[in-house]
Design a protein around this ligand. Structure first.
Ligand code: HEM
Length: 203
């Protein structure tokens, strides 16, 4: 059974944590997906740099969460999965800089909400396969300009499946479960606020 079918036939009680957060944030994701595509990030390098600046602001906020010691004990190897350094290298490849001041909402620095933010950031690597292909249209690839969209050396799927298993196995009480779900919504909201800032700057 694929995840789409299981989401439809399952009730919230029988769904895995991943299935619940995916179902709960479907609209958040669709909105972000639509807004990013409306920027036409792969029509020109200038447009792509705007997209990179959003990614820079997002991954900068995420970096301390990837490095948190307590989460790394639960999710071994997490610290090495941050894309922030790759985003910085992509900006440098294109002679561009991140936008200062684009701090927006702060990510939580403790508690289960951080796992919601990490779900959003790790999940964004799945869609990145599609974005990396599109980046080839403007001469970028995983060694120049689009490094942060690259797959891990042992494959995109393997890391995602591991992360999902780790996420599903976490023991959370009701309050932590709520904080986790709120964290996922907040992370999408943060990306949304970055997109709105970008629209204002471009207007
Ligand atoms: C135009 C931009 C985007 C497109 C086209 C896109 C596309 C996709 C696609 C096709 C998947 C499913 C991949 C699969 O199941 O194999 C996916 C998953 C996901 N994307 Fe995006 N994405 C975009 C931007 C983003 C951004 C900016 C974020 C985060 C801020 C994000 C967060 C996620 C998450 C969390 C998942 C995992 C969903 C799940 O299976 O639980 N995406 N995306």
């Amino acid at each position: 059974m694929n995840s789409e079918q299981s989401t439809q036939s399952a009730t919230p009680e029988t769904m895995t944590r991943l299935e619940r957060v995916k179902a709960n944030t479907r609209e958040d994701h669709q909105q972000i997906d639509n807004m990013v595509m409306a920027m036409k990030p792969f029509d020109s390098r200038a447009n792509y740099v705007r997209f990179l600046q959003l990614q820079h602001a997002f991954h900068r906020v995420m970096k301390p969460l990837y490095e948190a010691e307590d989460i790394n004990q639960l999710v071994p190897g997490l610290a090495s999965r941050s894309r922030y350094d790759d985003v910085c290298a992509d900006l440098a490849d294109l002679g561009a800089a991140g936008r200062e001041g684009a701090q927006g909402m702060a990510a939580p620095q403790k508690g289960a909400g951080r796992m919601g933010w990490l779900y959003v950031c790790e999940g964004s690597n799945l869609g990145a396969a599609f974005l990396l292909k599109a980046a080839a249209r403007i001469g970028l690839d995983d060694s120049f300009g689009a490094r942060h969209l690259r797959a891990h050396s042992d494959g995109r799927g393997k890391h995602w499946r591991e992360f999902v298993a780790q996420l599903n196995a976490l023991e959370l009480d009701a309050a932590e479960e709520e904080a986790f779900m709120k964290g996922a919504h907040d992370a999408f909201d943060f990306f949304h606020s970055l997109l709105l800032d970008d629209q204002r700057l471009a207007a």
